[in-house]
Design a protein around this ligand. Sequence first.
Ligand code: DAH
Length: 335
Amino acid sequence: MINKIQDLIKEVDAFSSNNLDEIEQFRIKFLSKKGIVTELFNEFKNIPKEEKKEFGQVLNILKNKTQDKIDFLKLNLGDGDVGKIEIDLSLPGDPETLGTRHPISLVKNEIIEIFTRLGFTISEGPEIEDDWHVFSALNFPEEHPARDMQDTFFIEKNPDILLRTHTSSVQVRVMENTQPPIRTISPGRVFRNEAISARAHCIFHQVEGLYIDTNVSFADLKQTLMYFAKEMFGEETQIRLRPSFFPFTEPSAEMDVSCSLCGGKGCNVCKYTGWLEVLGCGMVDPNVLESNGIDSVKYTGFAFGMGIERIAMLKYDIKDLRLYFENDVRFLRQF
Ligand code: DAH
């Protein structure tokens, strides 16, 4: 009996097929209700006591080998030469998917390129700042609402330490260390205590610009910004300056560009005004020059500041600020 089972094991070992019907026939022959293995298990009760152990062991080997063989053949179906797992080295591999640059980095780099063509250098400052560099040196009065807890993240133990709310703080750092002529831009991350929505985030990016020299006028500011707008949004772009207020500039203005999507005719992006607000600017307030050790009789300057997210939104028609931070590749791959 045991010899018979061992012959069956040899038969199972020798069996090979890449035909599903044949494999199924093989399964029926051995493992179905009336199959060889089942019948042999039924024989078990008739086997003499002293042979039962060996019989059981060999029969179990037959059963397991048969099942393993069926599983293996099914796995290899269609692979041609069954029994050997072949690796086809001529098949194309799985490509490494490359990431893309984030739209904020793209726009930041473009802004940097435009201003470096005009001779601006790049300067940086710390994200964790003190009151002096973010507010006091920029002519913010003690009670100015921008210092309010609602806008600024302060460090609880020391309210003099805070996360910068704008990159204008880098102006101060540059003026501290450099005498004019100064021509620099400062890209960087800023923080405000804002509820996150499609139009606001507590972390965003700005680029600050500062130009100080003898005889710098508002006309220089306007020409520089017009060059920037045309380079960034296209040659046909128009700009307009509206009077505004910032503590660190006098006079101050906000700049709009003609809507590049409708060409100024009016659409839902520009809310049918034909204009899009892009930045704040002005002539550096003499108080700011003096606070930072620069002679305000000899020197004048202009400054401007813009949000990179906003420029990227206008350039790429992005409707929701939160998309920048979600890092969904379906969004990022589009740029
Ligand atoms: N710091 C301003 C802000 O965060 C932007 C700004 C406006 C910067 C006018 C300037 C400027 O340098 O002159 O809203």
